[in-house]
Design a protein around this ligand. Structure first.
Ligand code: V47
Length: 379
């Protein structure tokens, strides 16, 4: 009898709960390795029996990863907040000339990485606004700067929005640009910028920047160039349930085609200081856990499901480990995007705090590299 970490339910009791919730048909599909449909995804989002959805997702997660939960020791560097776009969900972006606007030179990026040399950081996560005037070389230089400060660091940088911009301003072919980025030291790409891959949401809240097709096309180029990447969904604003499921189906299709996604990361929307501030509410534990569990069940071809503690909160991220997540992200160190939008979480958690969250929830913390090589069980 397999014990579930979640509420210590044994298998037969879990099965009873799933069946009583009327989800037995979907559970059988999952157990038989059959793919869930769009309609199935909508049902999973709509059923009131969240615990049953969580148990189904947790079974999948346990089959794949046992009791392991991954974390990494990383730092974020948001090299500029100056951005040509005005997305309604974003509190981070500033216009050129605005007092709160900033731009880091490559030397400052290098300094930021050097400041953390006393910590066992293995990854620098670099994303930023789309600056109106910085030239192609600047993007190569910020990557080089991080590598200069710490040659063995993995640089996970540039969302698909940034990659698209870099391609456009380069004056070079795609192959040349990807070769330049690789030569500069780019290791992989983060999953941001996808928001909700649906035209209605694109038009309503981020109409100026790359839309759903643009994000998917750029992700295809990145993966075909041999880079691995993540995928996010920004949930908890104006999107509908059916739109969330459409987003998941599009990610799943691209993964079938290219296979370069490592993790799916549902990002909870924080509304403060954004144009959606009056929308009414911040994320709820209910929606956070549902987003993790449905993601795990729908994305049968994604190896990892990440509960990013800064956006989910430590409370939700810890609970998410029992709803299908097998990764809690990293130490982070200095984060601006969610903090500008009002997250109540700290700037960083150290390894012992991350391990405590994982162990207390009944799991085994394992430090990983960016690309999910195990770096050893945490002490
Ligand atoms: O692209 C913007 C989102 C993303 C808000 O790949 C907001 O490992 C919440 O993508 N409230 C950046 N979210 C963060 C990101 C990420 C984070 C951690 C790990 C990885 C990874 C990727 O943040 C943006 C946007 O989708 N965002 N504004 C907001 N107000």
């Amino acid at each position: 009898m397999t014990a579930f970490a979640y509420a210590h339910l044994d298998e037969s009791l879990a099965q009873k709960l799933i069946d009583r919730a009327g989800l037995g048909d979907l559970d059988r599909k999952v157990q038989n390795g059959e793919r869930l449909s769009f309609e199935d995804g909508v049902r999973l989002y709509q059923t009131p029996y969240l615990a049953a959805v969580g148990l189904m997702a947790q079974r999948v997660r346990t089959q794949r990863h046992g009791r392991k939960v991954y974390f990494n020791v990383n730092q974020h560097v948001n090299y500029t907040n100056i951005c040509i776009y005005s997305c309604k969900f974003c509190a981070f972006a500033a216009k050129e000339g605005e007092a709160r606007g900033y731009l880091m030179t490559p030397e400052v990026v290098e300094q930021k990485v050097r400041e953390q040399l006393h910590r066992p950081v293995t990854e620098v996560h670099m994303v930023a606004g789309i600056h109106p005037t910085m030239p192609y070389q600047y993007y190569l230089d910020v990557v080089r700067a991080a590598k200069r400060a710490r040659p063995d660091i993995h640089v996970k940088a540039f969302t698909m929005v940034e990659i698209d911009h870099i391609l456009k301003i380069s004056g070079k072919s795609e192959d040349e640009v990807f070769a330049d980025l690789r030569e500069a030291g780019l290791g992989s790409c983060p999953g941001g910028g996808a928001e909700v891959l649906v035209d209605r949401v694109h038009k309503a809240v981020f109409r100026e920047k790359q839309g759903p097709q643009g994000w998917l096309d750029t992700a295809r180029k990145v993966q075909r160039a041999g880079f691995q990447m993540n995928a996010t969904m920004l949930y908890g604003h104006i999107e509908r349930v059916d739109e969330r499921v459409q987003h998941l189906v599009k990610l799943r299709e691209l993964q079938d085609e290219c296979g370069g996604f490592m993790a799916y990361i549902p990002l909870a929307f924080w509304p403060y200081h954004t144009d959606l501030a009056n929308y009414g509410h911040v994320t709820t534990g209910w929606l956070d856990l549902r987003s993790i569990a449905v993601g795990r069940l729908m994305l049968d071809n994604f190896p990892h499901l990440k509960a990013y503690w800064i956006m989910l909160t430590q409370e939700s991220a810890q609970s998410a480990l029992s709803f299908g997540a097998n990764d809690i992200d990293g130490t982070v160190t200095e984060e601006k995007i969610t903090h500008d939008a009002g997250t109540t979480e700290p700037q960083r958690l150290d390894e012992t705090q991350l391990c405590h969250l994982i162990r207390e929830a009944g799991f085994e913390p394992v430090q990983r590299s960016t690309v999910y090589q195990e770096l050893g069980a945490a002490g």
